[in-house]
Write a protein that binds this ligand. Structure first.
Ligand SMILES: Nc1ncnc2c1ncn2[C@@H]1O[C@H](COP(=O)(O)OP(=O)(O)OP(=O)(O)O)[C@@H](O)[C@H]1O
Ligand SMILES: [Mg+2]
Length: 355
C-alpha cells in the first residue's frame, strides 16, 4: 500500500466521484486550533458552546467531586475551561441541521467507532459539536488519522503528502449490521466479500447468499469498477431491506484496513480465494468473488471494539505514560485514605461514646 492510495481513500477524494451511490454528507475543513484541541491529551473537557447540549465530560482531576477533595499541597490547581470555537461551531450546527439534525461524524478516513461507549446514547449519532468532540477526543482511531495516517505504507521513505484535515458529517442512517459487507478489490477485480459484522450469525445472509453476492457484484461492475483512482481498494457496502446496494466507505487495500473473515496474506497472495472454508468449497469450484460470512451461532465472536472500552486514564496509569495523571491519581488516593482515616476516627469516637 502506497501513501498515494491512502490519500485517494480520503472521504473528500472519493465522495465527489461516488456521491450518488452513498449517504448524503457534508465536509467542513478542520481549523488548526480545533485539531490542536483534539490532540491535546490533558483536556477531556468538552467544549459546550453550542446550544444543543449542556453536557461536559471531565477527567479525574477536574471532576464534579473536586470541591470534596482537599488539595493539601497544591493551591494552584486550576479548573480547565474548554476552548470555544464560535465560528466553527456555527458552521457545524448549520451542517447538522441541513442533514436533518442527526449525523454520523468522521475525519478524513476514520469514524470514532472505538469510542461509542463513552457517549450518553452509546452510539455515534451526534446532534452537536460537543457530541462530536466527546467521541473524537476519546477515540484512538481519530488520533491515528491525525498523527500517523501513513504508518503502514510501503513507501515510508518518500515525503508525506500534505493532508488537509476535514470533519465529515454524514446524514444519520439506521443501518442494520447484517446488511453490511466489505469488498476487496484487486487490480480492479472484486476478489472477496466478507460479512462486515462477523461477530454475529445472520440467518438471512446464509439463506440469501446467492442474491447478496450477485447484487454486490452487479453494483461493483455497474458503478465502481474502473471509476476509482486506484485499482486496489476496499469497498464497504450496505444492502438495504429492498435489496438496493449503497456505498458506505472506501478504504486502502492494506493492513490498516481490517480484513475481517479473510487474512491479508490470502488477499495479497495472488492465489484464488475460497469461500467459507467449512462448506468445503474449493477455489476452483467458484467463479467470481469469494463470499465469506459467519455460518453458525457457534462461530460468534466478541465485538472487536470491546477491547477499546478501557478508560484511557487506566491505560495511561498502568503504563506510566502520563505522569500528571499518575500524580492526580495518587492525590486522589491520598485524600481517600485521609477520608477513610477520619471516618475510622469518628467511628471509634462514636464507639467510645456508646460504651
Ligand atoms: N451515516 C451513517 N449513519 C449511521 N451509521 C453509520 C453511517 N455511516 C456508517 N455507519 C455505521 O458505522 C460503521 C463505521 O462506518 P465507517 O465504515 O464509515 O467507519 P470507518 O472508520 O471508516 O470504519 P473502518 O475503520 O472499518 O473502515 C458502519 O459499518 C456503519 O455501521
Ligand atoms: Mg473505512
Amino acid at each position: 500500500m502506497k501513501k498515494e492510495q491512502v490519500v485517494h481513500c480520503q472521504f473528500s477524494v472519493w465522495y465527489p466521484i461516488f456521491k450518488k451511490l452513498t449517504i448524503k454528507s457534508l465536509i467542513l475543513p478542520l481549523p488548526q486550533n480545533v485539531i490542536d484541541y483534539l490532540l491535546d491529551d490533558g483536556t477531556l473537557v468538552v467544549s459546550g458552546s453550542d446550544h444543543n447540549t449542556q453536557r461536559t465530560q471531565t477527567n479525574s482531576s477536574d471532576s464534579d467531586g473536586e470541591e470534596d477533595i482537599q488539595w493539601s499541597d497544591d493551591e494552584t490547581t486550576t479548573t480547565v475551561t474548554a476552548p470555544e470555537f464560535p465560528e466553527f461551531t456555527c458552521k457545524v450546527l448549520e451542517a447538522i441541521n441541513a442533514l436533518g439534525g442527526r449525523v454520523f461524524p468522521k475525519l478524513n478516513w476514520s469514524a470514532p467507532r472505538d469510542a461509542n461507549w463513552i457517549a450518553l446514547n452509546s452510539s455515534l449519532q451526534c446532534q452537536s459539536l460537543s457530541d462530536i468532540f466527546l467521541l473524537f477526543k476519546s477515540s484512538d482511531f481519530i488520533t491515528h488519522d491525525l498523527t500517523q495516517p501513513f504508518v503502514q505504507c510501503s513507501d515510508l521513505d518518500s515525503p508525506d503528502p500534505v493532508i488537509n484535515y476535514e470533519l465529515v458529517l454524514r446524514k444519520w442512517s439506521e443501518l442494520i449490521p447484517g446488511g453490511e459487507f466489505r469488498c476487496f478489490v484487486k487490480e480492479n477485480k472484486l476478489i472477496g466479500i466478507s460479512q462486515r459484522d462477523y461477530t454475529q450469525y445472520y440467518q438471512h445472509v446464509c439463506v440469501q447468499e446467492q442474491q447478496i453476492c450477485q447484487a454486490i457484484q452487479d453494483f461493483f461492475s455497474q458503478h465502481i469498477q474502473y471509476n476509482f483512482l486506484d485499482e486496489d481498494f476496499v469497498l464497504d457496502v450496505y444492502r438495504d431491506s429492498r435489496g438496493k446496494v449503497w456505498l458506505i466507505d472506501l478504504n486502502p487495500f492494506g493492513e490498516v484496513t481490517d480484513s475481517l473473515l479473510f487474512t491479508w496474506d490470502e488477499l495479497t497472495s495472488g492465489n484464488s480465494l475460497s469461500a467459507n472454508q467449512d462448506e468445503g468449497e474449493t477455489a476452483q469450484q467458484q467463479e467470481g468473488p469469494a463470499f465469506r460470512y459467519t455460518t453458525s451461532e457457534v462461530t460468534v465472536q466478541p465485538s472487536p471494539c470491546l477491547s477499546y472500552r478501557i478508560p484511557r486514564d487506566f491505560v495511561d496509569l498502568s503504563t506510566g505514560e502520563d505522569a500528571y495523571k499518575l500524580i492526580d491519581f495518587l492525590k486522589l488516593k491520598r485524600s481517600q485514605q485521609e477520608d477513610g482515616e477520619e471516618e475510622e476516627e469518628e467511628e471509634e469516637e462514636e464507639e467510645e461514646a456508646r460504651q
